[in-house]
Design a protein around this ligand. Structure first.
Ligand code: SF4
Length: 399
């Protein structure tokens, strides 16, 4: 699926987003930025997982002073893809950027939250961006919406003969704040192709409505995200639903999934979810796809589940090596099915597939290659034999 909403191409350091460029994945560190070692380590984790843009908090002078070294060290240690670095500024961004010009120069983009920047702060941050030729994200957030904008719209709504619900006014205020601020930034000298806009809210229907409205009213490059999505499954599902709807409508140039940290889950989970979202929508491929059925009363053993798991584990272990040796391997489609009900159909739609025997079926498993029945596997070694056939297929097809 190709993007059809036309946005300007924005250059963020060595990285290009918007225009016809693929959707960019980004994430944010949650270390104390002044702790250079910890921030470099986490930025590298995110980069290796596939984040192309990494944002870090710049909340005080120690953080600002740490930024240049962090960027240099990450760029030196990670040369696989072009990376861009963003500083997240709020109440004192202008003071920090003026006090630490090396930080202003080292960053590729400044994130400015109009709700947390007074007029002087906002103007001076944009002017510094213009001076250093940096991109800016106007990042409006539902939790820190500019109260003046909301109050004005609420007052007008109260006087209207057909007032809208408060939730609708809130969305209007988010959009107005973002677009007014972006236009103000242009009036201070920033070009349209140096501006990215976001309108993050923590509620799925509202965030979808807000981005749709921005997309209807402007052609700014858009950073999509559901803010404060929560932790675990809730955060993953809510973010996937919101971003999936918008991306499917060709809205969005870069995405971030904001998950509440869990000490048992790496920060790079955010990046993995972004990749899954883009792959689910066929926008980009990152790893071979494994179709496997959910199982039912026709499968009395865990045989096909074990094989599906083993195939997925093999992909996880071998993917970085396969990508170097076998270019295009991420486009492979594999099916591991539990019985002959849907097995043959899915097998014919996959590059390589196996249907395990269900209850009462003969203890044999058909393997399909390129949609054609290739061999029947029998006996105790079916699992190992299929793994070997899969490896050989990859070697032959993608060599
Ligand atoms: S393919 Fe067979 S085992 Fe799998 S869900 Fe369908 S009927 Fe059940």
């Amino acid at each position: 699926m190709k993007k059809t909403r036309s946005t300007p191409e924005v250059h963020i350091g060595p990285l290009k987003m918007g225009g016809d460029n693929p959707i960019v994945i980004q994430s944010m560190t949650n270390t104390d930025t002044s702790d250079i070692d910890a921030t470099v380590a986490q930025a590298l984790e995110l980069a290796h997982a596939g984040a192309q843009v990494i944002r870090m908090t710049v909340n005080d002078e120690a953080a600002a002073k740490a930024v240049p070294e962090i960027i240099t060290r990450v760029r030196t240690q990670f040369e696989l893809n072009p990376m861009a670095f963003v500083g997240d500024f709020h109440f004192n961004g202008n003071k920090l950027l003026k006090a630490v010009p090396d930080c202003a120069q080292a960053l590729d983009k400044y994130r400015i939250n109009p709700g947390n920047a007074d007029d002087t702060n906002f103007k001076e941050m944009v002017e510094i961006a213009v001076q250093h030729q940096k991109a800016v994200r106007i990042g409006v957030n539902g939790g820190s919406l500019d109260q003046k904008v909301l109050d004005n719209l609420m007052e007008l709504n109260a006087q209207s003969p057909t007032p809208l619900a408060a939730g609708n006014i809130f969305i209007k205020a988010m959009v107005k704040s973002a677009l007014n601020s972006a236009q103000l930034a242009e009036s201070y000298g920033l070009k349209k192709n140096q501006i990215v806009v976001s309108v993050k809210i923590s509620e799925v229907n509202q965030v979808v409505a807000a981005y749709q409205s921005v997309a209807e009213q402007s052609d700014y490059c858009l950073h999509l995200g559901l803010t404060e999505a929560g932790s675990g499954l809730q955060g993953v599902v809510q973010s996937s639903v919101a971003l999936g709807i918008l991306l499917n409508q060709n809205i969005g140039d870069t995405i971030r999934v904001s998950l509440t940290p869990n000490k048992n889950v790496p920060r790079s989970e955010e990046v993995e979810v972004c990749k899954q979202i883009l792959q689910s929508l066929d926008l980009q491929r990152f790893r071979p796809k494994v179709v496997s059925c959910p199982g039912c009363g026709r499968t009395t053993s865990t045989f096909f589940q074990d094989l599906a798991l083993r195939v997925n584990n093999l992909i996880d272990q071998e993917l970085s090596h396969w990508k170097k040796e076998f270019p295009g391997v991420e486009n492979l489609n594999i099916a591991v099915m539990g019985c002959v009900v849907n097995g043959p159909g899915e097998s014919k739609n996959s590059d390589i597939a196996i249907s395990l025997p269900g209850k009462m079926e003969k203890a044999q498993a058909p393997v399909y290659i390129d949609g054609q029945l290739s061999v029947w596997l029998k006996g105790d070694a079916i699992e190992n034999q299929f793994i070997e056939i899969l490896k050989d297929y990859i070697k032959t097809r993608f060599a």
